[in-house]
Ligand binder design. Sequence first.
Ligand code: GAL
Length: 665
Amino acid sequence: MIHQSLGVCYYPEHWPETRWAEDAGMMRNIGLTFVRVGEFAWSRLEPRPRLYNFEWLRRAIDILHAAGLKVVLGTPTATPPKWLVDKMPDMVALDATGRPRKFGSRRHYCFSHEGYAGECDRIVTEIAKVFGAHPGVVAWQIDNEYGCHDTVESYSAAAQHAFRQWCAIKYGSIDALNQAWGNVFWSMELSSFDEIELPNLTVAEANPSHRLDFQRFSSDQVVAFNRRQVRILRQYSPGRTILHNFMGSFTAFDHYALSEDLDAAAWDSYPLGYLERGPRDDEFKQRYLRVGDPDYQAFHHDLYRACGHGRWWVVEQQPGPVNWAPWNPSPAKGAVRLWTYEAFAAGAEVVSYFRWRQAPFAQEQMHEELLLPNAEPNEAYHVVAQISQELTKLDAHVETERSAIALVFDYESEWAWNIQPHGQDFSYLELVMTFYRGLRRAGLSVDLIPPASEAVVGRKLVLLPGLFAPRAELVEALAKCGAVILMGPRSGSKTADFQIPTNLPPGSLSTLIDLKVRHVESLRPGIVIPIAGCDTCRFEGWREFLVLGEGVEVVLKSADGEVALARNNRHFYLAGRPNKRLLDDLLCRLVAQAGISPLDLPEDIRIRDNGAIRFVFNYGREAVDISKIIGKASLLLGERLLPPCGVAVFRRTMPETAGAPRTAP
Ligand code: GAL
C-alpha cells in the first residue's frame, strides 16, 4: 500500500550552509516527507573539468536525511556549465531557422550530440557512485523537463547525421523510403541515405511523411538519452525510484515510450500559469483566473498515471504566482489545497511543491514559494502544514483501479495533426481534451490510455477520436474487447507512412464499422454545421462526408442531410468536431449503451474516484450543496455545503447509485 505524502524542491546551493538545518527542521515541522535537490547544480558539482566538488551536496543530503526527509536527487544534465559548452560549442541545439540555442539559461544541448551524451554519462556516473547508496537518497529525477523551451527538435549536424542512420535502419533501402514518403511528388526522390536533409528551411511546406519521421526520430533521441542515465543509476543506485518530470500540454516526444524506462512518471503542475498561457478564451480565463482550468490538471494526472503504469507523482506543484505566464495572478484562498487533493484523488503518490524558498536573484525571482526571499513563511507554507495533517487523518493512500472508460491519447496523432491540421485551429490535444472534459462534466473517472491492445482489455467504453494510424493489433483488440467504441473524426484516416489508406479512411477501422469517409472539410470559426433534431448541437471547424456500408445505421444527421453519427451495433463513428452540447448528448448515449451511469453535476463541481474513495471539488466562486452526490455517506473531509475551492471526501458504498443519475437523451 502506498501512502500519499508531500514534498518540496530545494536548492541548498542558493543559501548559506548555516541555514540548511533550520530549513530541514521547518520542512519536517509542516509534514513534508520528500525533498528534491541538485537538478541544476552542475557548475557547483564540477566547477572545472573533472574537478569534482561533491562534499557540499553530501553535507546537505546528510542534514536532510538526519531530519527524517527522503531525498530525490536530480541529475544536472539540463544545465551544462560554461566550460563544457566552450569545450564543445557544437553541442548546442540549432533551432529550425538554424540558429544556436546559446548558453545563458538552460536546456542548451542537442540530444544527438554524442560528445555531450558522453559527458552526461560521466557526470551521472560520478554522482551515482558517490550518492547511489546513501540511505537518504530514495529516488532520482533524471535531467529536468525534457523538451521545455522547445528543445526536442534540433537541426544540428549531429541531428542530421543521426537522422540519416535512423532512416537507414527503419527503411533498409532508399527506395523503400522514397516509396513511404511519396518522394516521386515534386521530384523529391533521393538516391542514398546520405542525401537526406532535415525538414527545415524548405521553400514550401516540407513533406509530411518526412516531418513525421523526423519527429519520431527526435522523440527516439530523447528516449535514448534518458535510457543512458537510467542504466547508470540502476547500476550504482539499485532499488531507488527513477522518475522524470514531464510538463503540461507538452507532446514533442512520446512520453509513454520514455516512461517504459522509468519506475514512475511525474509532472510539474502550474494550473494558473498553464491557464494564462493556454488556448482558452478570455471569458474562461477570467472565470478560472485563480483556480485554474477545472479539467486541465486532472487530464494530465490521468495521462501521466498511464505513462507510469499507475505510479506517478507531481514533482513541482505551483504554490503561488509563477513568473513565466503572460500574466501571473495569485491562487484563490484554498486553490493550492484543491490542486493537491485533485492529484491525490487521481492516485498521485507524492505532491511536491516548487519550491521551498523564493530566490531573490536570477530568472525566477518573481516566482513565489513556500518561504519568502527573507525566509519568513509565505501563505502556502501554512496551507501545506494543514494538508499534511489532513492526510494523516485520512490515512491517504493510492487506491486507483482500472476505469471502465478509456480515452486514447496518442503522441503520434498529435504530431501528425500538428504537421497537417488541414484547418488552422484543428488540435488533436484539444480534441481529446474536449472528450475528457465532457466525461468529467458527467462525473466519470476516466483512464487515458496509449493506443495499445492491452490497454483496451476489460473496458466498457473506449473512445479514440482523431487516432491517426491505429496499428493492426489495436484494431484486432478493439474488435474483440466487447466495449462500446467511438471513432472519428479523423480516426484511421492515414497510414503510418502518412498517406491516405487505399481503401479510404477510416482505413483498417472500417472492419469495426463498414463505412468510408469520401471527403472532409475544415471550417473557419463562426461557421457551424447544425445537427438535425437538436437546436444547439453542431459540428464546428471540421466535418466529414460518409458513405455507409452494409448494416450500418444512421443515428444522427446534420441539418443539411449528411450522416453525423453512424452506428454498427456497439461501434460508433462521429463525422465532425462536436460542440459542447453535442458532445454531452453523445457521451450520455455512449455511456448508457455501455451500462455506465453518468451524474448530473453542478457546473463547477468535479468528481474523482481513488478506488472506493470519492473526492468532490468545487472550482466555482459560490458554495454548492453537494448532498445529492454524497447521499447517505459520511464525510471524511469537507462539508455538504461545499465552499469555493472546497474539497469533500467520502467512501462510496455503491458506486452506481451515488449522486443524481443523469438520463440519456
Ligand atoms: C518548471 C521547471 C522549474 C522552474 C519552474 C518555474 O518548468 O522545472 O525548474 O523553472 O518551472 O515555474
